[in-house]
Each structure stands twice: as C-alpha cells, then as structure tokens.
Write a protein that binds this ligand. Structure first.
Ligand code: PLP
Ligand code: ZN
Length: 422
C-alpha cells in the first residue's frame, strides 16, 4: 500500500489533547506522532493502529456512572475530552442469551443490528466522523459492501458533511443502498468487486478536504473496539470465545484490541479466544489459516450470499491474523447453506433477525461444536453484526407460512387450528 503523503501546511493538533496518543505500525512496530491522516507506515507500508502513550485513568465504576454506549468509554477513544462527538446514541446493544439444542456451551448474541443504522459500523463512524469534523473535512468517503455506506451517510448527515459512498454495482443489499440514498449520500457505483472500490478510494481520497473512513482508518476501529468493552461491562468478565464474521478483518481486530486494552489497564483478568468466520467463497484468511500460512490467499472473484463479507482482499489481514493468533483462536469457513440455516435459526428460535453475514457467526459456532470444540459450560459470545432488514432479499427466500382469509370465520379457523383446537 502506498504511503500517505502529508501535505505541507497540514493542520496542527497541538493543544487539542492528542499528545496522549501515537500511531503504531502493525508490522514493523514503528511509532509516529498521532495523525488522523496517516493510514500506513511510512517505513514499511503496513497499516497503523492508535495507541495510548500511557494507560488512561479509568475504572468500571466511573464508566458505569455514565449512560451506556460508545461514549461511556471516552477516555479509551482518541478524541480529547473537550471535543463534542458526532453521535446518534450508538452502542449499548443487547446481549441476548440463547439456548441452542444440543449445544452445551453458554451462548450469547451481541445484537449489533440494534445500532442506529442497524450495524456495528455506527460505533466506528461516531468516532470517525467526529474526527472528520475535527480535521475540517468537507467530504467523507468510503468504499463499502453496504453497511459502511449507510452508517457513513447517516453520520455525515448528523455532522453536516457530504458523504460519498463507493459501491460494487449490484453487490450491495437493497436495505443498505436505500439507507445511503435516504441519508443523502452521493452513491458512486463501480464495476467489479468491493476490493476494486476500496483500491479506488485508497488511491483517490488522500488529501484535504476529503477524509476516508474505511477500516484502513484506525480511528474508526477505535470506536468498534467498544463491542469488547460492552461485553465485559455486562458480563463482568470475558467469555471463553468471541465469534466474529470476517470480511476486511477490521472488526475482529478492533474487538481483540478492546479486550487487550482492558486487560492491560487492569479492568479484565482473562482474555477470550477469537474465532473468525468467513464464507467459503470469500475466505482469503481462513484458507491461509487452514494451510498454516499467514499470507492471505487472495480471492479475485469472491462469491457468497453474505454480501457484507464478500471480500477477497481484506485490507486488515495483518491485524486480523494477529488477533486470532495472539488469542489462540482460529478461522473457520462456512457454506452459504449453513449461513442461511443459521439465519433462520436465529430468527425462529431466538427471535433475532440478522443479515446473512451476521448469521455466519452462529454457523461458525455450530461447525466448531460439531467438531467437538466447545466444552460443557464454556461461554461464547457471537457477534451479530447487522440487522435482517438490511437484506430483504435474504428474507424473501425463506419458507413462510402464508395463508388467505376470506372473512373472520376463516381467520378463526387458522387461529384455532394453530392453537391446537378444532
Ligand atoms: C454485517 C457485517 N458483518 C461483518 C462484516 C465484516 O467486518 P470486517 O470487514 O471488519 O471484517 C461487515 C463489513 O462490512 C458487515 O457489514
Ligand atoms: Zn511499518
């Protein structure tokens, strides 16, 4: 990846409180002063992550005195206290316990569909768009398989910025596309896959007054790490396993970073194992993992019903491998059939409507379970990344019990038949 060139006269962050943060390269470890426009390491070209120079003074009791949500943990976010966030009340999503036939582990679903635009991306965008406003961007841009686009569009609207979303033509679920349009984003369609759209954004969106908010921007990932914070906040501990659908690999890396920080800051005793789930037809990381390699096996034409994770060249591959490796976890692949089956199971047995990509986490768990992976009483949190309404087509294909009633009498027949009467 090319190195981001700082323009002369780039704005100064002195005095805003950013001295507490630095940017660190995930490959060579070089450390640079905090710069929200620096996305890749000038030495080796790898991606960066935001680090704090010292542990912040934080405690669960102080955090819990605030209302729940991403900004409850604001000392952990790279946004100085005096900056007013661009927020829609994101985070604070339900952690729903689920009973799965035959599964001995204790399982919860973190339902990220309950965010303002219906996916976990809102956690990142609240921080990312806050930063965009701070660097005086006029346009925010992101390539997207859909959810980033809806989220970016909504937060840009909130901040009074123009949003441009770059989408693979025909590759985005209808709900997501319409959300982006509803919120007033400019939609740029490109031929080819998401990966092509992403490389175009990387090339085109480097300079003022444009600010890119894809997950190569580590500031966005800082918001997404609050998924980990909320899990520990609610359970009082980390579960044994956290299962995450993986596309670009940003989210699994962000969640792992969240757990590690809590551990380093004395707010957590034990780290979880991270499990990354990819769709069989879009599994550059899982395939490499299975063969023992730590170099992704790029997929030129990724294919899966789970359009949000239809990604063949994940930009965050170094971070994603590291999250899984450090935590002692693994990657698994699931088929489209397993994904759709898991989507139906969550909808009909649990009451949670999730989009196919999100159901990949349950499909992954079921696969691990059938491989004898999970022990009695072990605890698992599945990250359900986005809402079912995002992808109406995926809901249209389920078998549904649809009937007609001519009048109240025939409606009554249906009701009493189902109630087990005459
Ligand atoms: C619903 C959903 N799940 C999972 C992912 C994958 O997240 P990441 O690209 O950070 O791996 C995405 C990304 O677009 C998504 O929209
Ligand atoms: Zn480097």
């Amino acid at each position: 990846m090319a190195v981001y060139r700082e323009k002369s006269g780039v704005m100064s962050f002195d005095g805003l409180g950013f001295e507490a943060y630095s940017m660190k390269c995930v490959s060579c470890g070089s450390v640079y002063p905090f710069n929200p426009r620096l996305f890749s390491c000038p030495r080796c070209g790898s991606l960066l992550e935001v680090i704090r120079n010292q542990s912040p003074a934080v405690s669960w009791s102080a955090w819990r005195a605030r209302k729940p949500g991403v900004w409850r943990y604001r000392e952990a976010l790279p946004v100085p206290g005096r900056v007013r966030p661009v927020t829609l009340g994101e985070g604070a999503t339900p952690l729903v316990d689920v009973d799965l036939d035959g599964v001995r582990a204790r399982v919860w679903v973190k339902f990220e569909g309950a965010n303002p635009t219906g996916s976990f991306k809102d956690r990142g965008m609240t921080v990312g768009v806050t930063m965009a406003r701070l660097v005086k961007a006029r346009v925010v841009v992101a390539a997207s398989t859909g959810n980033t686009a809806s989220s970016l569009a909504a937060y840009a609207a909130r901040a009074g910025l123009r949003a441009v979303v770059v989408l693979p033509r025909g590759g985005v679920a209808l709900g997501k596309l319409l959300q982006a349009r509803l919120h007033g984003a400019t939609v740029v369609e490109v031929d080819g896959s998401f990966d092509r759209a992403m490389s175009m954004v990387l090339e085109a969106a480097r300079e003022d007054p444009v600010y890119p908010l894809n997950s190569f921007n580590p500031i966005r990932l800082e918001g997404q790490k609050t998924i980990a914070y909320e899990i520990v906040d609610e359970l009082g501990r980390a579960p044994d396993y956290v299962v995450v659908p993986v596309g670009n690999g940003g989210n699994i890396a962000a969640i792992w970073k969240g757990f590690k920080e809590l551990y380093e800051w004395g707010l957590l005793d034990r780290l979880p194992v991270m499990i990354g789930v990819q769709a069989e037809g879009a599994s550059p990381l899982a395939r490499a993992w299975e063969s023992g390699s730590r170099e992704p096996v790029w997929v030129d034409e990724p294919k899966t019903v789970a359009s949000a994770i239809r990604i063949g060249r994940p930009v965050n591959w170094v971070k994603a491998f590291r999250a899984v490796e450090e935590s002692g976890g693994l990657f698994v692949t699931v088929t489209d059939e397993e994904i759709l089956e898991a989507q139906r199971l969550l909808a009909r047995r649990v009451g949670l409507g999730v989009e196919p990509s999100s159901a990949a986490s349950l499909a992954g768990l079921l696969k691990l379970h059938s491989d004898g992976f999970l022990g009695e009483g072990e605890e698992v949190v599945l990250i359900a990344t986005g809402h079912a309404l995002k992808d109406p087509d995926s809901m249209a294909t389920v078998n549904a019990d649809v009937r007609r009633a001519e009048d109240a009498e025939s409606l009554k027949e249906v009701l009493y038949q189902l109630a087990g009467g005459e």
